[in-house]
Design a protein around this ligand. Structure first.
Ligand SMILES: [Zn+2]
Length: 326
């Protein structure tokens, strides 16, 4: 007789470019994993596609999960799970949590995808053993989540962890949120590309000028930096320095002992982490911040799904049923 694994949870990761589902057990091991590009669709059509992908992940795992967790872009009403993701404009106040609960017949928790990432890394990845962890996704945007004592810190409205909108400069480009000088303007892929385009308009010499403006991405800027381009190197230095400033602020406020950084920009490796650690030594002067570990994420491609499923594991798992916070 096949033994039924215990505490299986379904994870659903809803991004602007890809959708992923999978089933994990209580050790974080993936029993199934499916990923597709996010198709153009109307609100209900997109939901049906996600539902089908979730059911296929359950079928492939060969067992029935007891709960489901969803990581999705914000803004959203937490914990109601009505979502209006910036990267999925067809969903405006879409009742994702209630629709999934009705159709899957499972308890469902919906939360910010960066918070899910932080929880996944805290429980099963590079954040294991940390007492107070900041998980950061540095990609097209910059997001984050705080995990203290194995639990996500939600804040008053569920929005704790928005480190991308910590202000790191008193002047500069205006962020999508309306403020000036947010970390996202300096350290996200879109922010770096925007700063590169502005520099080129000002007449700064760079090999990036040979590119069409829409073709300038963080990857292209990295290639130029590796080739010795001064502007590209400066943009990466500013990204690293801005990250160090934001992390130093968070570390002083929260008494962090580890920061795990994931997302596409960590592929820059030492180009990002070298100057970041150098700048860190300048900004982290308090005794309790000096030993903070700043490390790359460990869970790789499945991190979104593992984090989403971890939301359900901590929300509905056997050791959590007595202290649901909603
Ligand atoms: Zn902002």
């Amino acid at each position: 007789m096949t033994q039924q694994p215990e505490n299986l949870t379904l994870g659903i990761d809803i991004g602007g470019t890809k959708l992923a589902t999978g089933v994990i057990d209580a050790t974080g091991r993936l029993h199934s994993y499916l990923v597709i590009p996010t198709p153009p669709s109307d609100a209900h059509g997109l939901f049906d596609i996600i539902l089908d992908l979730a059911r296929r992940a359950i079928a492939e795992s060969g067992a029935q999960p007891t709960a489901a967790g969803v990581g999705c872009g914000g803004p959203m009403e937490y914990p109601a799970g009505n979502v209006s993701p910036l990267h999925i404009p067809v969903w405006q106040g879409f009742p994702l949590r209630s629709r999934l609960q009705e159709t899957l017949g499972l308890p469902v928790i919906v939360d910010n995808d960066a918070k899910a990432f932080a929880l996944g890394e805290a429980l099963f990845g590079a954040g294991q053993g940390a007492k107070c962890l900041l998980g950061m996704v540095v990609s097209t945007g910059v997001g984050g989540g705080i995990v203290a004592g194995g639990r996500l810190w939600h804040g008053a409205t569920g929005n704790a962890g928005h480190i991308g909108h910590i202000v790191v400069a008193s002047e500069g480009e205006q962020c999508d949120c309306g403020a000036i000088g947010c970390l996202t303007c300096f350290a996200s892929g879109t922010g770096m590309a925007e700063r590169a385009r502005h520099a080129l308009v000002r007449g700064v010499e760079s090999r990036l000028a040979a590119r069409p403006p829409a073709g300038i991405t963080a990857r292209v800027i990295l290639e130029a930096a590796n080739g010795g381009d001064i502007l590209a190197q400066q943009l990466w230095r500013e990204a690293s320095q801005s990250l160090a400033i934001a992390i130093a602020g968070a570390a002083s406020l929260l008494d962090l002992d580890r920061v795990v950084i994931g997302g596409g920009l960590i592929q820059a490796g030492d180009f990002l982490f070298g100057p970041l650690r150098h700048a860190w030594s300048k900004y982290a002067r308090l005794s309790f911040t000096r030993d903070l570990q700043i490390v790359p994420a460990a869970l790789g491609q499945g991190s979104g799904v593992i984090g989403a499923a971890a939301l359900a594991l901590t929300e509905f798992g056997p050791d959590r049923r007595d202290d649901l916070h909603k």
